[in-house]
Design a protein around this ligand. Structure first.
Ligand code: PHE
Length: 451
């Protein structure tokens, strides 16, 4: 078998995995979901999902990946030869690929907004809805940005695990955390700070419905990068001393803190401007915020300029570290299973993704007439992957680790062959065997059949 890379340090492991988790889902999707679903009520449900479902599933992915040190498809095949369990691995690699296809399009938008922001094009008070719609429906502009973004990811992936993924995560994650800190401090001075934070922290339980709980589970899976082969692939590069439980907790903590802090940046800004609603939907960061930044910093445009520029750099960095982790499972699979060089494997993924990504992008413009189930290709990819395949993948992972894998193997992985004292092992096993799969199944059923 080809020589495999591995992570060189514990910090590298945590930052790379956190880099995968912290992404557009935190900065863009989380505040939108919070805005639509009752503010803090959603956050509380989300926290419960992270604790009772997200962390156990993440540890399970780590167990699967590190026990066999191979790409996600091979890992399932080796652990359970000649059985249907291999669907778990196939699901992971496929879903990573499909999510990647539309992820690069949205990432391309963030690249465009970063450039536009520094070029001072977002500083006038114009109609940002028309600006956004014009941009995303243009046949070639979003594609060019997506391709440039993809090439940046490609260059990192080709450099390998330690020299590419680990090195860039160590560079980009501290920058990202620093930018968040600066932006949160800036948002203290906004006139809508108290109102924004109150909105974020005061729960409105009247909005809670089963479908909101499903959204919270979907958001937890998406935000923690679960069931997509990403963390499983990263775990296959972990060394024998990595503490899986601790790593999963650190990654979840960083991811959740970043999501909530992004709420602290976005809602004060939104509430500083009269007439702007907190539940603007996905257009929030691309339509509402440029407008809000302009008005909120009307008196000191230079701060508005810097605030908006930094905000989009934050978005871009978070997208880049996540995109690396979506590229890697597919590249590793092709490299190891098809016996191609890593470079060629990476090129295949890059080109394939760009082609499907272009179709997704065009589906928001010139191809908008072609719809399936009332959704354009872009929305369809998001719906099928985040709301259907991810929960199913989550159930497979839980059942696999909870019931199929040898309990001793799971124990050895979680405790590093008995050298770590893990107090929560029984609780973990209980959550993985019963709570997580049942919760996912009930919510999933409810969403699909009880509407
Ligand atoms: N977790 C990322 C986010 O929050 C999205 C992602 C999913 C990245 C799966 C990698 C793998 O945006």
């Amino acid at each position: 078998m080809a020589h495999r890379g591995n992570f060189g340090s514990k910090l590298g492991v945590v930052l790379a995995a956190a880099g995968s988790a912290v992404g557009l889902g935190n900065v863009w999707r989380f505040p939108t979901e919070v805005g639509n679903n009752g503010g803090a009520a959603f956050i509380l449900i989300y926290l419960a999902c992270v604790f009772f479902i997200g962390i156990p599933v993440m540890v399970s992915e780590f167990v699967i990946g590190r026990s066999t040190h191979a790409n996600t498809i091979t890992v399932f095949r080796k652990l359970a030869p000649h059985t249907w369990w291999r669907i778990g691995g196939i699901e992971g690699v496929f879903v990573a690929f499909f999510i990647f296809c539309y992820y690069i399009i949205v990432s391309g938008w963030t690249l465009h907004y970063t450039v536009a922001s520094f070029a001072n094009q977002l500083s006038a008070d114009k109609d940002y809805k028309a600006y956004f719609q014009h941009f995303v429906s243009s046949p070639w502009e979003p594609v060019v940005y997506a391709v440039v973004f993809m090439l940046m990811v490609h260059i990192i992936i080709v450099r390998g695990v330690q020299n590419g993924i680990e090195k860039f995560s160590k560079l980009m994650m501290p920058m990202l955390l620093l930018i968040i800190g600066v932006l949160v401090v800036c948002s203290f001075s906004m006139s809508g700070f108290t109102e924004g934070v109150t909105f974020l922290l005061r729960p409105d339980f009247s909005k809670v419905t089963p479908s909101i709980v499903l959204s919270a589970v979907g958001q937890a899976f998406y935000s923690l990068s679960l069931a997509m082969g990403c963390l499983c692939t990263y775990a296959s590069y972990f060394g024998p001393n990595t503490n899986l439980m601790k790593t999963a907790m650190s990654v979840s903590l960083i991811d959740t803190c970043v999501a909530v802090l992004c709420g602290f940046i976005i809602f004060p800004a939104v509430f500083s401007v009269p007439g702007v609603e907190a539940n603007e939907g996905p257009g929030l960061v691309f339509i509402t915020l440029p407008h809000v930044f302009n008005i909120a910093f009307h008196n000191v445009p230079i701060i508005g300029y810097l605030f908006s520029g930094l905000f989009y750099v934050l978005l871009l960095l978070s997208a880049l570290t996540s995109a690396m982790s979506l590229h890697e499972p597919v590249t590793a699979y092709i490299h190891e299973e098809w016996h191609l060089s890593r470079k060629l494997a990476a090129w295949l993924v890059t080109v394939g993704c760009i082609l499907l990504g272009v179709a997704c992008s065009l589906s928001m413009g010139v191809w908008n007439g072609y719809q399936i189930g009332g959704m354009c290709l872009f929305d369809l990819f998001d719906f099928v992957s985040a709301k259907i395949i991810l929960p199913l993948g989550g159930i497979i992972i839980c059942l696999f680790v909870g019931w199929k894998l040898d309990r001793q193997l799971v124990y050895d992985e979680v405790t590093n062959n008995g050298t770590l004292r893990i107090r929560f092992f029984r609780l973990y096993l209980f959550l993985v065997r019963w709570v997580a799969p049942l919760a996912i199944a009930v919510i999933f059923y409810n969403e699909l059949f009880n509407k």
